[in-house]
Design a protein around this ligand. Structure first.
Ligand SMILES: *[C@@H]1O[C@H](CO)[C@@H](O)[C@H](O)[C@H]1NC(C)=O
Ligand SMILES: *[C@@H]1O[C@H](CO)[C@@H](O)[C@H](O)[C@H]1NC(C)=O
Length: 427
């Protein structure tokens, strides 16, 4: 099933760099470009397609398929989709239905329609199949090859076994139509769930041993700084090591055109969700270039409490950058939108959604949007979805028991993965 209009700006998005990262552009940009050039070369000489298609002059695009639950989608998922897209020309993504997830591992936190909004908004995704099976079947695989024109099935470097213990991708491997990508280091849904539960626990039951057990349970056995009773950053354990290259890979690398109307929106964008995607889509529609300001961890903590944000600034930046409606981000934007900022970035409109966690700012003495309001360029947008970061955290907590059981199993297998992992080339 196609999601029309989704691939309109793909060309732009394959370019590299970012206005913010000018200094690292030259070296890193060259590396990425080489990678892409090599890929096209490889496909060109492959001679994979039968002669009927050659008549059409233009080479038939290579279509790759990847599936997943994409529950509590994070930049690790986005990076996997980016890697998958680089192995072909069009990426088709299968999203597992709520019923299939429930039957296999308990109810998802994010309902299917939200997961589809999230996946469709990732700039490397061309099409979405909204009812993929949880474990890939031979029948479904044949449907992919014969009806959906899929050339390759892509999966991460973690084993994927069917209930009978056999390799789920055996058929595709045998047919030479399987390709593997490297799992994104440093992030997993289990880890994020752990961070969320810790943030809730810390507020309600301080000094309780629950901290320690959750910490052990969700953080792959790394237990630094948990003894401090949950003072701000101590509870957040992330394996994520931000590199400039990853940011460049996620960036569009294109500034606004000379006549572009630049729209600015800012926020924490913590636990990037469908509500964020939808407001970004609206905001992008109001101009030609969407600049997104992402507040620093300190700013977010100061306004929403010491246990926020759940995801750090770099993680939040990657999630926002992966969104197709976003042209550029400011990594660490100020709380107040100043005259200087508006001039520097030639911002023609500043927007904010009606659904946000800190709309109490309007009652505060210093409204961060006072300057754009005075200039007559501030606009409040009706948020399409009633979801905030708190909504997501509440969903997790209300399903806590189910998740605890599910995560005990998962954390164990992830621990084994981290212990047993060896270097896999690729990025
Ligand atoms: C810690 O919390 C758990 C459940 O949240 C409770 O059963 C237990 O009694 C608490 N222990 C202490 C020492 O407060
Ligand atoms: C600034 O933005 C306006 C649109 O709001 C545009 O017409 C103008 O050309 C831009 N200026 C520069 C220097 O890009």
């Amino acid at each position: 099933m196609g999601w029309g209009g989704v691939n309109g700006s793909e060309q732009q998005q394959q370019q590299h760099g970012s206005r913010i990262l000018i200094t690292c552009l030259i070296v890193v940009g060259a590396t990425v470009a080489l990678g892409i050039g090599f890929h096209h070369f490889g496909v060109g000489v492959g001679g994979f397609f039968p002669s009927i298609i050659i008549k059409k002059k233009k080479r038939r695009p290579v279509r790759v398929y990847m599936d997943g639950c994409f529950d509590m989608m994070h930049y690790g998922h986005c990076n996997a989709l980016r890697q998958a897209r680089a192995l072909g020309d069009q990426l088709v993504v299968g999203v597992v239905s709520d019923a299939e997830i429930t039957a296999n591992k308990g109810p998802p936190v994010t309902p299917l329609h939200e997961r589809i909004i999230m996946v469709s908004a990732v700039k490397w995704v061309d099409e979405v199949i909204p009812d993929a099976p949880y474990a890939i079947t031979e029948e479904f695989m044949k449907k992919l090859f014969n009806e959906c024109d899929i050339d390759y099935i892509i999966h991460g470097d973690d084993p994927c076994l069917l209930p009978d213990g056999t390799d789920a991708y055996a058929l595709a491997k045998k047919a030479g139509r399987y390709k593997q990508i490297k799992r994104t280091e440093g992030v997993s849904s289990t880890d994020i769930v752990g961070r969320m539960l810790l943030c809730v626990r810390d507020r309600s039951v301080s000094g309780n041993q629950t901290h320690a057990s959750l910490q052990r349970q969700f953080s792959h056995g790394h237990s630094q700084k948990i003894e401090d009773g949950g003072s701000s950053s101590g509870t957040r354990v992330s394996h994520f090591l931000p590199t400039s290259r990853r940011i460049v890979q996620f960036s569009n690398g294109k500034g606004p055109g000379p006549q572009a109307r630049i729209v600015y929106i800012d926020g924490a964008f913590d636990l990037f969700h469908a509500g964020h995607v939808e407001i970004l889509r609206l905001a992008r529609g109001l101009g030609d270039f969407l600049l997104v300001g992402i507040h620093t961890d300190q700013t977010v903590s100061a306004h929403r409490g010491a246990h926020r944000p759940i995801m750090n600034l770099h993680e939040r930046s990657l999630s926002v950058l992966a969104c197709r409606y976003v042209d550029e981000v400011i990594i660490g934007a100020p709380w107040e939108v100043s005259k200087d900022m508006i001039t520097t970035f030639n911002i023609s409109m500043v927007v904010h959604g009606t659904v946000a966690e800190d709309n109490d700012y309007q009652m505060e003495k210093c409204n961060p949007y006072a300057v754009p309001t005075d200039m007559g360029i501030y606009r409040l947008l009706e948020s399409p979805l009633d979801i905030t970061t708190t909504t997501i955290i509440k969903r997790i907590v209300s399903n806590h028991e189910a998740y605890q059981k599910r995560n005990e199993k998962k954390a164990e297998s992830e621990r084994r993965y981290y212990e047993g992992r060896t270097y896999v080339s690729g990025d």
